[in-house]
Design a protein around this ligand. Structure first.
Ligand code: ADP
Ligand code: MG
Length: 608
């Protein structure tokens, strides 16, 4: 097994070494035109990696990449020619200018949903080309020439062969950083946001800041590419940063495989070469790229980079590899003292959806260490109540506190960091990530301000990564999921997916756990296991609030039950008290459960 696991890693290292050697010797076989084409291709590859980080990794539509590219180029050109600054000083200033532009584009991302971002970013791209075509300082339509090559210890970088090595070093660093980012905590949060931004927030990923981070990363790569480009050709003009080039970039990323950094590089280099070969037929070439992109989106949405994985999955499916077994749950250590946190006070909470009052003055109070059941017919507002408590919806009225702190108006990730965790009625696992990665996202509790370590102290990130991996191994083992660590959640049976979501909610080490119909879709044996797990979670000192339709589970598990109907609390008490109240039987139990069934459940399980 360990041999099987190390082999792909060894193959990757060997492949990387072979590519590095080939890249080093590549110029020896090229004439001056050839090396120029390659130098341009590397610039495109850098741009594509930045676009891939924003679109493929973080899932944010970014049509401003070409503007970031332009800002880097133009800033460098203006600083070196107009202001007479040195190349390196100008390069630093150009990077800062581009990063600022990235943050600026990210501002609407703090509030706006992704599709609108497409329009915002496209607007920026158009505004940029418009501006440079008209602005005097940017040389108007004729652009800026006379941009110097970077001085480098007396090495003549006007020589394109030598410039290639300069690009190669920048590129290697950029790729290394991107791969590091994607495989560690911050990158996982970005990917989680891409897969399900709601669930990502609920497990503690600061979604608005992550969106900004995505644009910042894209802009930094765009700026670096712009600087390399200006230093390479010494002349820039608006058409290099046109929207047509933006679509070429998109084609590179989609064809290569946007979720994979290496895929973006492959797509960029391949298309840059194809573009050069078809330079005399550019209109047909545009059509060609368009068609290939459409074909890719339909038949291979993961791009060229995703093909090996698709083939592997297809072969595996044919072989019918037996799935591993869901192992037993290993109970938590019981808490030695009564826990004092995890309390919830809800007072007069309402939630209005246009004409519909989904919650109408709900008041309830959950003590630390309690298991509270919430029952009620479909549409009575149970899930809406959870969404309000966990910060996904803002209440239309009323107040609520979690451990004494006001919760209305706070973001899901902030509540998660305070110790609230939840599952969703319809599973919301991060679909493009493995089971282990799903848990790792929730295990990571670092605040966003610690992200600066990526730039100045990557070793710290790596040490943190090792701690997270140990914790995830323990958690996988506790929930009996070790065999599925590498599996894609979608490939697993429903009951196991539910177990993964529960484990993910517990990864955050919450003091309050909200479970929305955790038994839905489970078989009898799985419901029994769930009961054992929830008990153990409570005994370890966690407060649990449980929405559930399975009455015998509610009756046996909950200390108290709150009954909702049409957005109001109609009854509250111990399971035995609630079950026999006539208004409850009428409002809820009457339709799907007979009274006799409930009474039997109460007598056999709930009452000692
Ligand atoms: P339950 O979980 O008890 O089955 P919900 O809380 O999901 O009920 O829904 C309560 C009511 O609120 C339903 O009538 C539902 O259609 C409505 N509702 C829930 N979410 C929304 C929303 N985002 N927009 C409009 N109506 C909603
Ligand atoms: Mg519901």
């Amino acid at each position: 097994m360990s041999l099987l696991r190390t082999r792909p890693a060894a193959i990757k290292v060997l492949a990387a070494a072979a590519i590095a050697v080939a890249a080093w010797f590549l110029p020896y076989g090229l004439d001056t035109y050839g090396i120029h084409v390659i130098n341009i291709a590397v610039v495109f590859a850098l741009l594509a990696v930045g676009l891939g980080l924003a679109m493929g990794v973080a899932g944010q539509i970014n049509l401003a990449q070409v503007a970031f590219f332009g800002i880097g180029s133009y800033a460098l050109a203006i600083f070196t020619t107009n202001s007479g600054l040195g190349f390196w000083v100008s390069a630093v200033l150009a990077m800062l200018a581009t990063a600022l532009a990235g943050l600026f584009v990210g501002i609407p991302a703090l509030r706006v949903q992704s599709h609108y971002l497409g329009i915002v970013t496209l607007g920026l791209a158009l505004a940029f080309t418009n501006w440079v075509t008209n602005a005097q300082v940017a040389g108007g339509a004729s652009g800026i020439n006379g941009i110097p090559a970077p001085p480098a210890f007396g090495i003549d970088l006007t020589n394109e062969y030598l410039y290639y090595y300069f690009e190669l070093i920048v590129f290697a660093l950029a790729i290394g950083f991107a791969l590091f980012l994607v495989r560690t905590a911050l990158g996982r949060r970005l990917r989680a946001m891409r897969d399900d931004s709601l669930a990502a927030g609920a497990v503690g990923a600061p979604v608005p800041l992550l969106r900004m981070t995505a644009f910042l990363a894209a802009s930094v790569y765009g700026g670096a590419a712009g600087i390399l480009y200006a230093g390479l050709i010494h002349y820039i003009a608006p058409e290099s940063f046109s929207v047509a080039n933006m679509f070429l970039l998109l084609a590179m990323v989609i064809i290569g495989g946007r979720q994979s950094i290496i895929g973006c590089v492959i797509g960029a280099i391949a298309l840059a070469l194809v573009r050069e070969a078809l330079v005399d037929f550019s209109i047909y070439a545009q059509l060609g790229y368009g068609s290939v992109v459409v074909l890719m989106v339909v038949f291979a949405p993961t791009g060229l980079a995703g093909l090996p994985q698709r083939i592997r999955t297809a072969i595996r499916r044919r072989r019918h590899r037996a799935p591993g077994a869901l192992a037993a749950f290993r109970p938590y250590e019981p808490a030695t003292e009564e826990s004092a946190s995890g309390s919830l006070e809800i007072s007069g909470i309402s939630k209005q959806f246009r004409g519909l009052r989904a919650l109408d003055g709900v008041t309830l109070s959950v003590e630390p260490g309690e298991i509270r059941g919430i029952v009620g017919p479909n549409g009575s507002g149970k899930t809406t109540l959870f969404n309000v408590i966990s910060g996904i919806y803002t209440a239309s009225g009323g107040t609520a506190t979690f451990d004494g702190r006001q919760l209305v108006g706070r973001r899901p990730y902030q509540l998660s960091h305070q110790g609230m965790s939840r599952t969703f009625q319809n599973l919301r696992l991060f679909g493009e990530m493995t089971v282990e990665e799903n848990l790792l996202v929730a295990l990571d509790r670092t605040p966003m301000r610690a992200a600066w370590r990526y730039v100045v102290w990557p070793i710290g990130i790596w040490q943190h990564e090792r701690r997270l991996r140990r914790a995830s191994a323990d958690l996988l083992d506790r929930f009996g999921l070790t065999d599925f660590a590498e599996a894609a959640p979608r490939s697993l049976p429903y009951g196991i997916q539910r177990r993964v979501e529960l484990a993910r909610a517990m990864a955050a080490e919450p003091s309050l756990l909200l479970l929305d119909e955790p038994a839905a879709g489970l078989n009898g044996q799985e419901v029994g296991q769930l009961q054992e797990i929830v008990r153990s979670i409570r005994d370890s000192g966690v407060t649990v609030v449980l929405i559930e339709h399975n009455m015998s589970l509610v009756m046996s598990l909950c200390d108290r039950v709150t009954v909702l109907a049409s957005g109001r609390v109609i009854a509250e008490g111990t399971p035995a008290e609630v079950a026999v109240r006539p208004e409850v039987i009428e409002a809820y139990l009457g339709d799907s459960f007979s009274t006799a069934e409930v009474v039997e459940a109460v007598e056999t399980e709930a009452l000692p």
